[in-house]
Design a protein around this ligand. Structure first.
Ligand code: NAI
Length: 333
């Protein structure tokens, strides 16, 4: 039995993500919440011949509470997306309040659920969820995740393009660490399961790193005002949600990079802080998942001097983003 809930289910990410969750035979209940259109989306998905019972909820009549009752997995893609020229941080003004209010609902109704935050800026919205949970006395850092999987998916795709063989894309594994915005996105290409071509020039490497860091901009530009990545994000969000579900069902050894509070694994978190030379409370690192959430936070392992420099360059922005999220909840107490 798994009850999954999508908050922001009628949106560009929410709809295809809900479709993918509906195809998962391990999900028995799928609740769709949004401020608009969920009855239609739910009715449509409910005709698909898979086990999940799909119900749509809107704000009236305690819709959020009803959607969240009994939830084990909550995914949040609610909020506004970027337009050309915007950074993820530009979304803070609107999305911070949306995420805070939804987190309050989860902390009250489903405090033990796994919470997967997609809404940007992830570097700030994850601390917002955590602070709300702390205020409500239900904070468990092992169960709150910032979804950075799209950066990992992009890295696999772009590396396979460089290797001239897209059929490799599903097999290419590149850890992407740090955070989820521009320079805070740090792909560890030296650890790629499929090494880059020998003699790959430094300029080419820099171009590839930049493409992974700013891949979202390619989509924002191509959509020309109509939003940011939705379909690839739904795919990535589902991939991460499915890892959580598999871990909950007892599968061992599932590891994925994700943006977490480093208190989720005291020992691993402290070791990582030493490794990156910072007292940051949040970082995206490879995390082992288990039935109760984070089992361990992994070391970044052996990285090149250039990658160490990228990690260092990510820290100031990450710090600012995290503090912004923390103080937003403090200020709105
Ligand atoms: P969208 O505008 O198509 O959909 C957002 C949905 O949220 C809408 O249906 C809207 O009605 C709903 N919503 C707004 N306020 C709400 C509330 N208080 N409660 C429930 N639902 C509410 O936007 P899209 O493209 O789906 O993007 C959603 C978010 O995901 C954005 O913040 C975007 O920046 C972020 N994103 C994150 C990525 C990541 O890698 N983590 C990648 C791409 C986008």
């Amino acid at each position: 039995m798994v009850k999954a809930v999508v908050l922001g289910a009628a949106g560009g990410i929410g709809q295809p993500l809900s479709l993918l969750l509906k195809t998962n035979p391990l999900i028995t209940e799928l609740s769709l919440y949004d401020i608009v259109n969920t009855p239609g989306v739910a009715a449509d998905l409910s005709h698909i011949a898979t086990p999940a019972k799909v119900v749509g909820y809107l704000p009236p009549d305690d819709g959020l509470k009803k959607a969240l009752t009994g939830a084990e997995l909550v995914v949040i893609p609610a909020g506004v997306p970027r337009k050309p020229g915007m950074t993820r941080d530009d979304l803070f003004k609107i999305n911070a309040g949306i995420v805070r209010d939804l987190a309050t609902g989860i902390a009250t109704t489903a405090p033990k659920a796994f919470v997967l935050v997609i809404s940007n800026p992830v570097n700030s919205t994850v601390p917002i969820v955590a602070e709300v949970f702390k205020q409500k006395g239900v904070f468990d850092p092992k169960k709150i995740f910032g979804v950075t999987t799209l950066d990992v998916v992009r890295a696999s795709t772009f590396v396979s393009e460089v290797l001239g063989d897209l059929s490799l894309a599903p097999k290419v594994v590149v850890p992407v660490v740090g955070g989820h915005s521009g320079v805070t996105i740090v792909p560890l290409l030296s650890q790629s399961s499929h090494p880059l071509p020998s003699g790959f020039a430094k300029e080419e490497l820099d171009k590839l790193i930049n493409r992974i860091q700013f891949g979202g901009d390619e989509v924002v530009k191509a959509k020309d005002g109509a939003g940011s990545a939705t379909l690839s994000m739904a795919y990535a969000g589902y991939e991460f949600a499915n890892k959580i579900i598999r871990a909950v069902k007892g599968e061992k050894g599932i590891i994925a990079p994700t943006f977490v509070n480093l208190a989720a694994d005291k020992e691993g978190g402290e070791a990582l802080k030493k490794e990156i030379g910072s007292d940051l409370d949040y970082f995206s690192a490879p995390v082992e998942l288990g039935p109760e959430g984070v089992v361990s936070i992994k070391s970044l392992g052996k990285i090149t001097d250039a990658e160490t420099a990228l990690v260092k360059a990510a820290i100031p922005e990450l710090k600012t983003n995290v503090e912004k999220g923390v103080s937003f909840v403090g200020a709105s107490k």
